[in-house]
Design a protein around this ligand. Sequence first.
Ligand SMILES: C[S@@+](CC[C@H](N)C(=O)[O-])C[C@H]1O[C@@H](n2cnc3c(N)ncnc32)[C@H](O)[C@@H]1O
Length: 305
Amino acid sequence: MNNLIQHIFEKIEELSPIHAKKLKKNLAGFDDLYYERANAFLHKYNQFLMKNDKTMDYAIDCYLKMNADMLAETIDFAHTGKYSSSKFEEVNKRVYANPETMAYYMHGLLLSQFLWKHHYQVYDYYINTLPTYATQVKNYLEIGAGHGLFISKAIEILDPQTRFTVVDVSPTSIDLAKNFIEEGRIHFILSDILDFSEESCYDFVSMGEVLEHVEEPLQLLEKIRIMLTPEGTVFVTTPTNAPSIDHIYLFRNVKEIQALIHEAGFEIVSEQHFLTEDVSLERAEKLNVSIMYGAFLKKRKTNIS
Ligand SMILES: C[S@@+](CC[C@H](N)C(=O)[O-])C[C@H]1O[C@@H](n2cnc3c(N)ncnc32)[C@H](O)[C@@H]1O
């Protein structure tokens, strides 16, 4: 199968024609580099699936199940204006510690990195910016690596001497990432990040889509600040108005995220927002359409500890 992205799209068109229409619009806007990256990655992923007696059709099923969950959560959110859970323990039990749910969620999320425009844009932002830090990073921490796509790319980009650590609360995520990356260089730790204690030792912390999974995101950012070296960098992403089975903290707009980052003692070195629908930023905020926010941060000098 040379063109895996095409195969995936055709299969989704067969199983979920309405959703396929939206994806078709996404794919039409992508450039050659996207197809090169997507097919190279999906080829590697397909080999991983085959080694585990699974097929790409299994991954597509996972993706559609994840979408169905999100649709149910979106309908609920439209009525209540709140996420369906607000307690970590509840989602931990229902999602992170539930191997069946977590497996389809993580495989689905992995495909979404190349099917959803905003997910691909976040990935593109990360892998285009990370080389800037290539020679400075000695000790890299990823919080909530999930499927492991981002850290697998960081290993390719950063210096071969870099030490890599992943902390994730879900055994299923750790197994998947471990298996998928096939890389002995990562130290995997199964833990809630809030129970993990290290001081001033990481010069790069990556945390994609985790801030909305904790009850007190300020506490988490403050903790990261303690773990970061004085000149260290944080890469963080989090969405506004994005109901999902495990989202518990609701950011209503980008300003709330920026304010929290400042309150935790960081300065924003660069930032981007990615729209999940074809509307302007103003309209997205007015209509509570989800926006993905991503930023590279440093400790604010005036607050150095
Ligand atoms: C939505 S996935 C994000 C995956 C990936 N980082 C990305 O950007 O696509 C969230 C991951 O964070 C993990 N997670 C959620 N809360 C956590 C916590 N308190 N401590 C450690 N990991 C957590 C989940 O198990 C899951 O693997």
